[in-house]
Design a protein around this ligand. Structure first.
Ligand code: BJW
Ligand code: ZN
Length: 258
C-alpha cells in the first residue's frame, strides 16, 4: 500500500471510532465546482489586484466601486456553479454520524446547497448585503432586489435608511466574525472526535486556529498541497477534495456499517 492509501485507511479508522465530526472548510473544497480559490480569484481584469488588499474595509472606503464590482462578478459566477462530490460527501456523513457540523470560511453557500444541515458560515455570505455604516444596529441587512435601480457605473447602491454605501455581507480583514459564529464553531471543535480540515491554506485567523482547540480530536487534512498547518495534522490526505472526500466517506461507511 502506498502512503496515501495508508493515510486514508488510518484516517477512516480514526473517524469511524468517534461520533462527532467537524469539518473546517476553505476555498479548495469549492475549486472543482468552478469557484476560484481566494488566492486564485484574480483573473482577467482583476489579475493586477491582490485579493488581500480588496477584502478590507479600507479598500472599500478608498474605492467602493472597485471592491463592489469584484464581489458582484464573483456573486454572479456563483449562479452558474453546483456543489461537487466533496460537498455531497460531507452531507452524506450525516447518515453515518449523530453529529456533523461544517464550519466554513467560504461565502459561496455551496455546503448549504449540498444539503448539509449544520453549517456555520464564518466569513458571511456573498449573496447577502448590508449597510456599510451599520446604521440600524449591527449589521443592517439590505435586500438588493427591493432597492430602486441605481447607476452601477457610479458604484454600489445606497442604504435606504442612512444613505451610506451598501456592501456585501462578508467578513473582511480586521472585522469581527458574525455574532455567535466563532463561538459556535469553537464549541463544535471542542466537542469533536474528528476534525476534517479541507481545502484551506490555514493562513487566516481565527479560522486557522479552530482545529487545534481540542487536543483530544484527531485532525485530518485534505488538500492538494502542504499548508502552514499541515505539520499539526494527525493525517494528511493529498489530492482534490472532490475525489478524496468520497473515498474517505466510503471507507468510513464500510467500517461503520460492515
Ligand atoms: C485545494 C483544492 C482542491 C485548492 N482540493 N484543496 C492571528 C494572527 C495573525 C493575524 C490575525 C490573527 N487573528 C486575526 C488576525 C488578522 C486577520 C488574519 O488572519 N490575517 C492573516 C492574513 C494573518 N484576521 C481577521 O482580520 C479576521 N477577523 C478577526 O480576527 O477579527 C477579530 C479582530 C478584529 C480586529 C482586530 C483584531 C482582531 C477576519 C478574517 C476575514 C477573512 N475574510 C476573507 C474574505 C471573505 C470574503 C471574500 O471571499 O472575499 O475570507 S479573506 C479570505 O481568506 C477569505 C477566505 O475565507 C479566507 C481563507 O482562505 P482559504 O479558504 O484558506 O483559501 P486560499 O485560497 O487561501 O487557499 C486555498 C487552499 O485550497 C490552498 O491550500 C490550496 O492548496 C487548496 N486547494 N484546490 C483540495 N481541489
Ligand atoms: Zn444604513
Amino acid at each position: 500500500m502506498n502512503d496515501q492509501a495508508d493515510q486514508l485507511v488510518a484516517a477512516a479508522g480514526a473517524m469511524a471510532s468517534g461520533e462527532r465530526i467537524v469539518a473546517v472548510t476553505g476555498a479548495g473544497i469549492s475549486a472543482e465546482s468552478g469557484v476560484p480559490t481566494f488566492r486564485d480569484a484574480q483573473t482577467g481584469l482583476w489579475a493586477t489586484f491582490n485579493p488581500q488588499e480588496l477584502a478590507t474595509p479600507d479598500a472599500f472606503r478608498r474605492n467602493p466601486k472597485l471592491v463592489w464590482d469584484w464581489y458582484a462578478l464573483r456573486a454572479a459566477q456563483l449562479g452558474e456553479v453546483q456543489p461537487n462530490p466533496g460537498h455531497l460527501a460531507l452531507r452524506d456523513l450525516e447518515k453515518l454520524f449523530p453529529s456533523v457540523i461544517i464550519t466554513t470560511q467560504n461565502v459561496d453557500g455551496l455546503h448549504q446547497r449540498a444539503g448539509s444541515s449544520e453549517v456555520i458560515a464564518l466569513h458571511g455570505d456573498i449573496t447577502r448585503y448590508q449597510c456599510f455604516a451599520d446604521c440600524q444596529g449591527r449589521p443592517t441587512p439590505i435586500d438588493l432586489t427591493a432597492l430602486p435601480t441605481w447607476d452601477a457605473t457610479a458604484g454600489p447602491p445606497r442604504c435606504p435608511h442612512c444613505g451610506a454605501f451598501v456592501r456585501p455581507a462578508v467578513v473582511w480583514f480586521g472585522e469581527m466574525l458574525p455574532p455567535g459564529a466563532l463561538e459556535a464553531a469553537e464549541t463544535a471543535c471542542r466537542h469533536a472526535d474528528t476534525i476534517l480540515v479541507i481545502g484551506t491554506a490555514g493562513e487566516v485567523y481565527p479560522a486557522a486556529a479552530l482545529p487545534f482547540l481540542n487536543p483530544r480530536a484527531r485532525c485530518v487534512e485534505i488538500n492538494l498541497a502542504e499548508t502552514s498547518i499541515s505539520h499539526r495534522m494527525h493525517y494528511r490526505l493529498r489530492g482534490p477534495a472532490s475525489a478524496v472526500l468520497p473515498q474517505l466517506v466510503d471507507a468510513v461507511r464500510r467500517l461503520r456499517h460492515p
